[in-house]
Design a protein around this ligand. Structure first.
Ligand code: GAL
Length: 777
């Protein structure tokens, strides 16, 4: 049987699973229902992620309340409708309509309120049925949606919610209609909650900092109030506050209008405020309270940051200072589960981009991504270019209407994130379409006049209806900017796919290609900067990528493990933040195409001088390659090591200097060998909520901790305690490394993960699981 058949037959591969939704995870017992005693509060948002029943492919009658779901599998949201090996699977396996059911009772205290069911994201369309009544279908896999349940609920009895998730590639919904080079995956892959609000309630709040660079700074807080049609409006008042932690910095109150354009409540006299910037991303909170007479009936809280972000003819300016944008595109997918990763994994990507890859911007290619990711971008100071779903294709009028709706949904969801500096309102790399893009731009400008619009094109001279000319330029040298406000949104990518364990010549060429684009971008202030393609390798369709369902376009692999090109990005940070010295080769590796040694050994570093020793004898001194990269602040070092190899081959030591002072040193063993298996969890503590998870990197290293790119071996995993393995078991190391994720079950305790390599022995790591707050319903 080949590998694919083995996986389908469920006898090997992913821990305890079968593809197509039969037995995707080990079944967890339902925890005992907790008696509800909700604290008194004007609104309740109750998470509804546990104890869903998943039935795989939807069959006739499966939305009926009396349908027998006793054979369904108990799952926790976010959930992927199928699990996969990390590559070489059939992308048809997630393209089906699945059925999810949830039995619930609404806490009696909520009687009399309006009850909404909020979905953060279901791929790609969701039909929601409550107690046998179909509430409707929402089309779109990347934007949130709600259904009001109030009129259909049973009080004091069990309700049956049924969600059919249509994860087929429906041509009526963006991005579909033609080929796309990434996978959307399927299922209820973002969180669900139940929201209880009064009859008249706060639907949204846009808290917009204004004049942040002057003493007259203020926050324009626009409150959107909803009420059932026909309900009379009483004397409603709004009270709005700006807070720093618990401290109230400013407050204002005024009569509320129930109008489409909301009610504007300016907050002034803020006193000294700290700006949100890349180094100190200071966040404040804004709360809006809605009063009916003297009675508080609803409240809404959000976070903001004070910053001015503008693309100008002098490049991008943040708080008046020019910042050359250096970033990467991110797809939201992960190995094994597609996009169905919980908050911790989403947040970690923002950290990787900012702290490990030292980017200052990310583009959420090609759709709105998890709010957990965006919140982390706010917190770490990572700028964001967020765009609507789509890829190259523009559909018919109804399709375009959906895309226009997506613009509004994206902006209304995300307008308070200080990290977002540009709204992408074109379908990525689509042809011009005057009417369509006039509409998308109008919606963006009307909803949010504080941010510019962009829209990613590949055509050199396409019609500009946006504020910023953002274009994918995969050529080299790059085209000169053809507009004063110009941002390069993609380069390298498919023009030089590189695997983490590719031949050293290719890996270094990958580094140079990214470096020379950034060098050219640094040469002209009119380039606002560049966002390379891309951060992480991603799963794709059969007709793209390397034939194993992966586009190897990342500077890191699909497990988020860096390739040498990642070292270039990393090395561009100020040494005050971190001193870096990253050789892009393995000293003992001798398979360069020219044979015999590395003539252009590349070292990415923010040092200004390197001394290279072999067997502790100084052999070479080298400065950054400023001839090739005259504009980069930290040009890579390129050095001919050929002769060193021909001499008495021993350990290579590289010492890095800044202003004449030795600041860092690295040794690459001459007789490099596999020394140990490392098992490295990103986190040592998880929440016992049935979904929280952490990545565990498995890799073979030499005695110095250096990665061994051609090591292999199947690492067998065994787990004890309240956890599950998301991933392949045994895991066959690919290029000496890889990763699985460990997911917490719904009980506290200690997870022990045992990993055994065929010849490097065994390791055990422990991860604590703490008790999570129970779900009320
Ligand atoms: C671009 C496209 C990206 C990705 C990239 C690969 O044309 O916008 O989504 O496919 O090519 O290099």
């Amino acid at each position: 049987m080949n590998r694919r058949n083995l996986i389908k037959a469920g006898v090997a591969g992913l821990s305890g699973l079968l593809v197509r939704g039969r037995k995707l995870e080990a079944q967890e017992a339902a925890p005992p229902a907790t008696p509800s005693k909700l604290p008194s509060s004007p609104r309740h948002v109750l998470s509804l992620n546990r104890n869903w029943l998943y039935g795989g492919k939807s069959v006739a009658g499966s939305t009926r309340p009396d349908f027998d779901d006793s054979g369904f599998q108990r799952v926790t949201i976010p959930h992927s409708n199928s699990l996969f090996p990390w590559h070489s699977f059939d992308e048809k396996d997630f393209q089906f309509v699945s059925i999810y059911r949830r039995h619930f009772r609404v806490p009696p205290e909520l009687r009399g309120r309006r009850i909404f069911l909020d979905f953060a994201g279901v791929m790609t369309a969701a039909t929601v049925t409550l107690n046998g009544e179909k509430l409707g279908e929402y089309r779109g896999g990347y934007t949130p949606f709600s259904f009001e349940l109030t009129a259909h609920l049973k009080w004091g009895a069990s309700n049956v919610l049924a969600v059919e998730a249509d994860s087929t590639e429906r041509p009526d919904i963006p991005p579909f209609g033609q080929n796309i080079d990434y996978l959307t995956f399927g299922g209820i892959y973002r969180e669900v909650s139940l929201r209880a609000v009064p009859d008249v309630y706060l639907e949204n709040v846009f808290a917009k900092p204004v004049d942040t660079q002057s003493d007259s700074h203020r926050v324009d807080v626009r409150c959107y109030i909803a009420r059932p049609s026909g309900a009379g409006a009483g004397a409603l008042r709004l009270k709005v506050e700006l807070r720093d932690g618990q401290k109230v910095l400013s407050s204002a109150s005024q009569e509320a209008q129930i109008a489409e354009e909301g009610t504007l409540v300016p907050l002034t006299n803020l006193g000294d405020i700290e700006l949100w910037d890349l180094e100190h991303p200071k966040l404040y909170s804004v709360t809006a309270q809605l009063y009916d007479g003297a009675k508080l009936i609803d409240e809404y809280a959000t976070r903001i940051g004070f910053r001015e972000a503008r693309f100008t003819s002098d490049g991008f300016r943040l708080n008046g200072k020019t910042v050359k944008l250096r970033g990467l595109n991110r797809h939201q997918t992960f190995p094994y589960v597609g996009a169905a990763m919980p908050a911790r994994a989403q947040r970690r990507d923002a950290l990787v981009l900012k702290k490990e890859l030292k980017c200052n911007i990310v583009r959420t290619s090609h759709y709105p991504q998890s709010t957990h990711f965006l919140e982390a971008c706010d917190e770490v100071g990572l700028l964001v270019f967020e765009e609507i779903p789509g890829w190259q294709h523009i559909g018919n009028q109804a399709w375009q209407d959906l895309a226009v709706r997506n613009v509004g949904e994206m902006i209304r969801r995300d307008w308070n994130h200080p990290s977002i500096v540009l709204w992408g309102v074109r379908i990525n790399e689509s042809p011009d379409n005057h009417d369509f893009y006039t509409r998308t731009n109008a919606v963006a400008h009307q909803l949010d006049d504080s941010r510019q619009t962009g829209g990613v094109r590949y055509l050199v001279n396409s019609e500009l209806l946006e504020d910023v000319y953002s274009r994918n330029d995969f050529g080299f040298p790059l085209q000169p900017p053809n507009h004063p406000l110009y941002l390069n949104t993609e380069f390298v990518g498919h023009t030089f796919p590189t695997k983490r364990y590719d031949n050293v010549d290719r890996a270094m060429e990958h580094v140079w290609r990214h470096a020379r684009v950034h060098d050219q971008l640094a040469s002209d202030k009119q380039y606002a900067g560049g966002i390379g393609w891309c951060a992480f390798d991603y799963n794709t369709h059969f007709n793209f990528g390397s034939g194993d369902r992966i586009c190897y376009h990342g500077v890191s692999d699909i497990f988020r493990i860096p390739k040498p090109a990642a070292f270039f990005y990393k090395s561009q940070c100020d040494p005050k933040e971190e001193i870096l010295l990253e050789p892009c080769f393995n000293w003992s590796q001798g398979d360069e195409s020219q044979g015999g040694g590395i003539r252009k050994a590349t070292i990415c570093s923010n040092c200004d001088h390197l001394k290279i020793y072999e067997k502790d004898r100084l052999k070479i001194e080298v400065d950054p390659d400023r001839a090739t990269y005259p504009h980069l602040r930290y040009a890579p070092f390129v050095v001919n090591l050929l002769n060193l190899r021909l001499e008495d081959w021993g350990d290579l030591r590289i010492d890095g200097y800044i202003n004449g002072e030795k600041v860092i040193s690295k040794t690459l063993p001459g007789d490099d060998k596999d020394d140990q298996l490392r098992v490295e969890p990103d986190d040592l503590e998880l929440d016992g909520d049935g979904i929280d998870c952490t990545r565990v990197v498995l890799k073979v290293t030499n005695s110095e901790g250096g990665w061994r790119p051609f090591s292999s071996g199947a690492v067998s995993l065994k787990i004890e305690g309240p956890g599950e393995i998301i991933g392949e078991n045994p895991f066959s190391l690919s290029g000496g490394a890889g990763a699985v994720w460990i997911k917490a079950r719904q009980s506290p305790g200690t997870i022990r993960l045992h990993a055994r390599h065929p010849y490097l022995g065994a390791k055990v790591v422990e991860i604590r699981v703490k008790a999570a707050r129970p779900e009320v319903i």
